[in-house]
Design a protein around this ligand. Structure first.
Ligand code: TRP
Length: 503
């Protein structure tokens, strides 16, 4: 019954699951608008800098922690250093919290896959999305009751994910990703080829790729690059740690890490070309600039894309289905990776069966997701996402490196562990990153972010909402982490026995 018994059927299965986790909403709708808002072509510089100084080092750190200590996040950190069990809980709770609204966006995408038949959103795509579909209320605290058009698709997806998660990881998650990822990649290649070959596509590609080097002196651009890398690579929330704890003893780690990192960035870049090609087409059709059609955030996928599909020269419905279907597929293989850290964690600590753990985690997340399926839901989603992603990831990543390198003083051992099992050996650059560079950069980013937070209320939302929901969610997960650390381990003896074995 112990989770350590779970194991991927093959290394390919693990890589599929890891890439499936990484490639998600973050790649298809987040990357294009983040890159666009932060210097276009010049954004590639901070992006690659963030990939090399934080993305790959932390990815390898997570892999090696999970692989060496063979446990869920709380158990792994506890084995690393008794004081740090809370960090594992915090990360698993953050992943859980994100799953509650990540599924909502998948629900929207599923609805829009259906709306694509006969382009049911009509001409005014903004009004359709905000008023007809979401039924958005006029003020933050007006919750407005349940929006069934959102809740029903979301619960259909929950039912499916529940069924997947009930099975052991190598049967549920591994099979899901092995089936969906190849289909997704083919869909995305078709979208990209069609996107860049539309007339006027070059106008969009120019906007995406023309470097604005002036942006590089703005620290916000660098923060955006770090947040994007963390979110996109699925690091900092114990996903990769949990997944690598299911690996067999001698699996190559650095090679798998590079495949995942390059595959993820490659996919992201490809998707951005397709999306911006299509934006260029829309702008050319309407005779306006690309900056006038491109909006940031949620709008890009659910307001601007339907507009593009309306204008498509042919096969409109098919391209709608391809685009929104690809969001659903990419998201399904990611949401399982947001739920699994929690499942593994409570199985380890409370010694319960997989089924009982899945009932708690998936059931709990589905219950909380009802909050965002209300008419005010979009506001709550926006605020909570801003706080969890801007702070949780950076601060969690900071503590990860500090716990390993400074408290447990295990950086050298972790490197030796990776090099023992891997063909590609990692050099002392990794130690420099994990010990000095990465934590220093993450701390500076988080600090600058906090200063910015107090300059103006995020998104113009009322402070009451930002404090209760935004800061509230962040602190609730942190306090939850300490409370769960304080709870008693079931079968304490065998766990402490394993701590010695693992170390
Ligand atoms: N990487 C996913 C995306 O791009 C989201 C995601 C899944 C994630 N698991 C994660 C983000 C763990 C951070 C941590 O959409």
């Amino acid at each position: 019954m112990n989770q350590a018994k779970e194991q991927w059927a093959s290394r390919a299965g693990f890589i599929f699951a890891a890439v499936g986790s990484a490639i998600g909403l973050g790649n298809i709708w987040r990357y294009p608008y983040v890159a666009y808002e932060n210097g276009g072509g010049a954004f590639l510089i901070p992006y690659f800098f963030a990939l090399l100084t934080a993305g790959i080092p932390i990815l390898l750190l997570e892999y090696s922690l999970g692989h060496r200590f063979k446990g869920s996040a709380p158990l792994t950190y506890r084995r690393l250093s008794k004081k740090f069990e809370w960090l594992g809980w915090w990360q698993a709770l953050l992943a859980f919290a994100i799953s509650t609204y990540y599924m909502i966006i998948l629900g929207w995408a599923l609805s829009y896959t259906y709306f694509s038949f006969g382009t049911q959103w009509g001409k005014d795509t903004e009004k359709f999305f905000l008023n007809n579909y979401l039924g958005i209320t006029d003020s933050f605290w007006n919750i407005g009751g349940i929006q069934w058009k959102v809740l029903i698709p979301v619960f259909l997806l929950w039912a499916f994910i529940y069924f997947v998660m009930r099975q052991q990881a190598h049967k549920g998650i591994e099979r899901l990703t092995k089936i969906l990822m190849p289909i997704l990649i083919v869909m995305m290649i078709i979208i990209t080829i069609r996107g860049v070959s539309l007339s006027g596509a070059s106008a969009g590609l120019n906007v995406l790729l023309t470097p604005d080097f002036g942006a590089l002196s703005d620290f916000k651009v660098w923060i955006a690059a770090y947040s994007q890398i963390f979110f996109s690579l699925s690091i900092g929330y114990a996903t990769m740690l949990t997944y690598s704890s299911y690996l067999s003893k001698d699996t190559d780690l650095s090679n798998s890490g590079l495949i995942a990192a390059l595959g993820n960035s490659g996919f992201e870049f490809m998707a951005a070309l397709g999306v911006f090609g299509a934006l260029g087409y829309l702008a050319t059709q309407q005779g306006i600039g690309v900056d006038e059609v491109a909006t940031g955030g949620v709008g890009l996928a659910f307001i601007v894309f339907p507009k593009i599909i309306n204008q498509f020269p042919g096969l409109n419905d098919l391209f709608g289905v391809l685009f929104f279907g690809s969001l659903v597929f990419a998201g399904l293989t990611s949401i399982v990776s947001l739920l699994e850290p929690g499942v593994a964690a409570i199985r380890d600590k409370f010694n319960i069966s997989r089924n009982a753990a899945v009932n708690t985690i998936v059931g709990g997340s589905a219950f909380v997701s009802i909050l965002y399926a209300t008419k005010g839901g979009l506001n709550y989603l926006d605020v909570i996402d801003h706080f969890l992603n801007n702070y949780g990831l950076l601060i969690g990543g900071f503590f990860m490196t500090v716990a390993t390198a400074w408290f447990a003083k295990e950086a050298n051992n972790m490197r030796a562990h990776i090099n023992n099992v891997s063909d590609v050996h990692i050099g002392s650059w990794w130690i420099i990153c994990v010990k000095y560079l990465t934590p220093a950069l993450l701390l500076v980013m988080a600090g600058l972010n906090i200063i910015d937070e107090f300059k103006a209320p995020y998104g113009g939302f009322p402070y009451s909402g930002l404090i209760s929901m935004g800061w509230g969610a962040l602190f609730a997960t942190l306090i939850g982490g300490f409370l769960l650390q304080a709870a008693r381990w079931k079968e304490e003896d065998s766990i402490s026995g394993k701590i010695k074995e693992g170390a």
